[in-house]
Design a protein around this ligand. Structure first.
Ligand SMILES: Cc1cc2nc3c(=O)[nH]c(=O)nc-3n(C[C@H](O)[C@H](O)[C@H](O)COP(=O)(O)OP(=O)(O)OC[C@H]3O[C@@H](n4cnc5c(N)ncnc54)[C@H](O)[C@@H]3O)c2cc1C
Length: 330
């Protein structure tokens, strides 16, 4: 089987790797492989979502799946991409503290430990907080590592691929799918996000801090702060407003100054259903898609790639919560 993959962010990279290792003839093309949401992302894998005690969709299955998949790919590409992290959720109000103290950990499906100290890493915790296990993925190392492997084996195309030459074309083109007539019937909701690189004074952070935004330590005094959500401005340009918003929120959490050293923006390919979109086009099974990775690309991409590869190679149906067929003619 010959498969053409259009797009080389997290979705296209993972799919190319999955099909290539299973012996499929793969060719990948991306006109701008260095500029996409995947390369802007901080790669945070957080098993909870929102400010309430709620687990991320299927995190009990997808987190162990991702841990194993990233471990295997690290051995394959010879680069470290997965870093286990302690995530500390800081409460900013009494209500936060009550919500989390009343929640049943087993019911939520995430194990956390209450933070009893009044401050940690110099971050004051007037209402307390909780900590639990998560991870970050170095998305650039991952995409570059898979890219090198594909290039070595002649699987990277230098020019646009002629769809008619492949048995299957898989579209992994991120938020641009929303304006592609072939796929625009899927309910997309692209969201711009901005992220800052910054330096802090005072004690270094030994964990990821979360409250509305996230703060990920990268080295000693260096941190990344993200991210904003804008549904109206779908340009990939950083803005003053985005920068101010993130700096102000980070100051509230950290209780100290942050000095911005860099700023980037990207568009998340988000789905209204808040689930990935995976599967074959209902009218043309030679066209397939992986999209809708939203804010969870690092967690969802390896699983999404396995789902589509199993469908293409073994005829195994895609999980019906994510199969694109359910959105046709809705
Ligand atoms: C600021 C920000 C922070 C984020 N933080 C996190 C995070 O901490 N954790 C997390 O899990 N996720 C995060 N995300 C989300 C994550 O980045 C996305 O879920 C993921 O990158 C989507 O991957 P993708 O491959 O679908 O799309 P993309 O990464 O956008 O890749 C799509 C690619 O397709 C190419 N393309 C477009 N049209 C065509 C075409 N016609 N032919 C060929 N190629 C084409 C583009 O050039 C692009 O390279 C963040 C996103 C942003 C913007």
């Amino acid at each position: 089987m010959r498969v053409y993959i259009h797009g080389r962010g997290l979705a296209g990279s993972w799919l190319a790797y999955e099909l290539h290792r299973r012996g499929v003839e793969v060719l990948v093309f991306d006109p701008h492989p260095a500029e996409n949401a995947s390369r802007v992302a901080a790669g945070l894998i957080n098993p909870t979502t929102g400010s309430r005690p709620k687990s991320t969709w299927r995190s009990e299955v997808l987190l162990p799946f991702a841990r194993e998949a990233y471990g295997a790919i690290e051995r394959e590409i010879g680069a470290s991409v997965w870093t286990p992290r302690v995530i500390r959720r800081v409460f900013l109000t009494e209500k936060d503290a009550t919500l989390w103290s009343l929640a049943d950990q087993r019911g939520v499906g995430v194990q956390w430990t209450p933070l009893k100290e009044s401050a940690v890493d110099g971050v004051s915790l007037p209402y307390g907080g909780v900590e639990y296990a998560g991870a970050t993925v170095n998305t650039n190392a991952l995409i570059d590592g898979i890219g090198a492997l594909l290039e070595r084996d002649g699987c990277l195309a230098a020019d646009t691929l002629r769809a008619a030459d492949a048995d299957v074309n898989v579209w992994c083109h991120g938020w641009r799918a929303a304006s592609d007539a072939r796929w625009s019937w899927l309910p997309f909701q692209p969201v711009k996000g901005e992220i800052l690189d910054a330096v802090i004074d005072g004690p270094p952070l030994n964990a990821v801090y979360i409250r509305g935004i996230w703060i990920v330590p990268s080295s000693e005094q260096h941190i990344r702060i993200g991210s904003t959500h804008d549904w109206d401005d779908l340009t990939e340009q950083p803005t003053d407003h985005g920068r101010r918003t993130l700096v102000e929120k980070a100051r509230v959490i950290l209780g100290r100054e942050v000095h911005v050293t860099g700023q980037r923006a990207g568009i998340r390919p988000a789905a209204r259903s808040k689930r990935p979109y995976i599967g074959l086009h209902p009218e043309d099974p030679s066209q397939a898609i992986i999209n809708g990775l939203g804010a969870k690309g690092s967690l969802w991409a390896p699983w999404a790639a396995r789902q589509l590869a199993d469908l293409l190679l073994e005829g195994k149906p895609v999980d019906n919560e994510v199969d694109v067929q359910q959105w046709w003619n809705v």
